[in-house]
Ligand binder design. Structure first.
Ligand code: SF4
Length: 285
């Protein structure tokens, strides 16, 4: 394939041409495996759902008046109150997705880096109940702990292909993850909205404040696991996410609170404590 019409597609995005703002990403993704996987598994296999999602996406762009500024902050579809209400009504918390780039990384002191490694879905703390020094300074531990209390599955996000395979396709096929609260870079926020809406996901997207990928080249490197920067969540994003989880937690009965995670595939699912279980994984800190 020849050089992509980068500036042209970028201009289409800026203009919100056709009420679509993923022209550039779409053209650059044409020959990528993640695009093929999603297109065949979601759009071709579920054309009515795809048409409904695209309609909803174009409505969102219209309501947003074609601007992109909103992507750098928060996106909630439906709005946060309705998002919370629907999650409560389902009795199932949203999938909480956290990028692998949030994992601690310290090139001078390996003991301060995530013991599970970086570009993967693993978390020793969730799996084995063995906190290491790096875990005390890890947003995945902190947010994952609250997600567990609120009964939400947690997914450490890596590549677009894995996100399609682990989360989006199970949702469009079987309705496994009808809602998701994802923390990711502003660039990803813009491009993940259409596939999420095609899959019929209620979404709350919260951007990183530092260390995030700013363009397709950086995004593609991170998608391949090459990411030297550690990302951080800004105070407002964290407050909103923790507020949502507290709202879900408050709505759950005390006897139904989850006490540990069980890993199924690449997702950590909350399970309630059974008689004979060891100590709770988290103490709410
Ligand atoms: S809490 Fe999990 S992801 Fe965070 S440093 Fe510990 S093992 Fe790594």
């Amino acid at each position: 394939m020849g050089p992509l019409p980068k500036n042209f597609c970028g201009r289409l995005d800026e203009a919100g041409f056709g009420r679509i703002q993923v022209w550039d990403f779409g053209f650059r993704s044409l020959q990528r495996e993640y695009a093929r996987l999603f297109f065949l598994g979601a759009v071709v296999a579920h054309p009515l759902k795809a048409a409904r999602g695209i309609r909803r996406y174009r409505q969102f762009i219209r309501d947003n008046k074609g601007g992109t500024a909103g992507y750098s902050r928060f996106v909630s579809l439906p709005d946060e109150a309705v998002f919370l209400e629907r999650a409560r009504a389902r009795g199932r918390g949203p999938l909480v997705g956290l990028g692998f780039c949030l994992k601690p990384l310290d090139s001078t002191d390996p003991s301060r880096s995530c013991p599970s490694g970086r570009p993967n879905h693993d978390c020793l703390f969730f799996e084995r109940r063995e906190p290491r020094p790096a875990c005390s300074d890890c947003a995945i531990r902190e947010i994952g702990s609250r997600a567990l209390e609120a009964g939400c599955p947690v997914y450490i996000m890596t590549s677009a292909k894995d996100i399609a395979r682990d989360f989006m396709l199970p949702q469009i096929r079987r309705g496994v993850f009808p809602a998701a609260a994802l923390v990711l870079c502003p660039y990803s926020v813009q491009v993940i909205i259409p596939p999420l809406l095609i899959c019929g996901v209620d979404l709350l997207l919260l951007p990183y404040s530092a260390g995030s990928c700013a363009d397709y080249e950086q995004w593609l490197r991170a998608d391949r696991g090459i990411k030297d920067e550690r990302t951080t969540i800004d105070g407002e994003s964290k407050e909103r996410l923790l507020g949502l989880l507290a709202g879900l937690n408050a709505g759950a009965g005390a006897g139904t609170r989850s006490r540990r995670f069980e890993r199924r595939g690449n997702v950590f699912f909350p399970v309630q404590k059974k008689t004979g279980d060891g100590p709770a994984l988290f103490n709410g800190k």
